[in-house]
Design a protein around this ligand. Structure first.
Ligand code: FPP
Length: 246
């Protein structure tokens, strides 16, 4: 990508990394091999996004619904996650990446939480790209958690019902310190949101590709970014209003 194109990059890129299982099954391999290859793509995308100057990268790594997968696959994913964080921490520090997690961490194994806390702590002062992993994450669950916290604050008298606005609601979400995504990429040909960032995706540009996550290349990532750059974001306004910047 050249210099002028860099100015129109998404500030926040969110990705549903789909198709690891199918990638493996098409090659008569175990599903976990697809996840292992998927980790390689995660590395490439993190490195690229950070090098291009994208401010926020959010990856859907494990959904609330993924807990119902076969135990052996859940265990393997948790183990991959532990290995990934341990191995990537050095690179995160080198690239000034601040690590972040959203989702219901209470459901994660203690050992995973310990490693997450370590990475969160060590990278907390970094000032480069914010890398957020969505773990045990579901958009509806996040909204319900936010509503429950608001109800508690109302009951405790810390909040009045007339104070409940979009801005306030946003502050109760796991993503309170992140801007809304500008671009969502989903791989593997599925055209669904699958309970990812339901509130935050309201005005996000959506990009779907048939490529399975392990097969995503630097070129296919750049193609998604180029497609985004060609779009006109109107946020409910008319095209004329946008061109007048009104
Ligand atoms: C979807 O593929 C992917 C997941 C459920 C998990 C994504 C996980 C990784 C890329 C590896 C671990 C992540 C990190 C950050 C270390 P799928 O299994 O749903 O594929 P399918 O739809 O073809 O079955």
């Amino acid at each position: 990508m050249n210099g002028s194109e860099l100015t129109k990059l998404p500030r926040h890129l969110a990705i549903i990394m789909d198709g690891n299982g199918r990638w493996a099954e098409q090659r008569m391999l175990k599903r976990i091999v697809g996840h292992q290859r998927g980790v390689e793509t995660v590395r490439m995308v993190v490195e690229q996004a950070s090098a291009l100057g994208i401010g926020y990268l959010t990856l859907f790594a494990f959904s609330s619904e993924n807990w119902s997968r076969p135990k052996v696959e859940v265990r393997a994913l948790m183990s991959l996650l532990r290995k990934y964080i341990r191995m990537e921490l050095v690179r995160m520090m080198k690239n000034n990446i601040r690590f972040n997690v959203i989702g219901n961490r209470a459901d994660l194994p203690a050992e995973v939480n310990r490693i997450l806390d370590d990475a969160l702590g060590q990278t907390s002062q970094n000032t480069g790209m914010v890398l957020t992993l969505a773990l045990s994450y579901g958009g509806r669950q996040e909204i319900v958690r936010a509503a429950a916290k608001i109800a508690q604050d109302l009951k405790a008298g810390n909040l009045g019902s007339d104070e409940i606005t979009e801005t306030l609601f946003n502050q109760y979400l796991d993503t309170s310190d992140l801007p809304d995504p500008d671009l969502l990429i989903r791989t593997s040909g599925e055209m669904r949101i699958s309970n990812f960032l339901l509130w935050q995706l309201a005005y996000t540009e959506l990009y779907f590709t048939d490529i399975n996550w392990p097969d995503l290349t630097i070129n296919s990532l750049h193609a998604a970014l180029a497609d985004y750059q060609a779009r006109e974001r109107r946020f409910g306004k008319t095209s004329a209003q946008i061109s007048q910047r009104s």
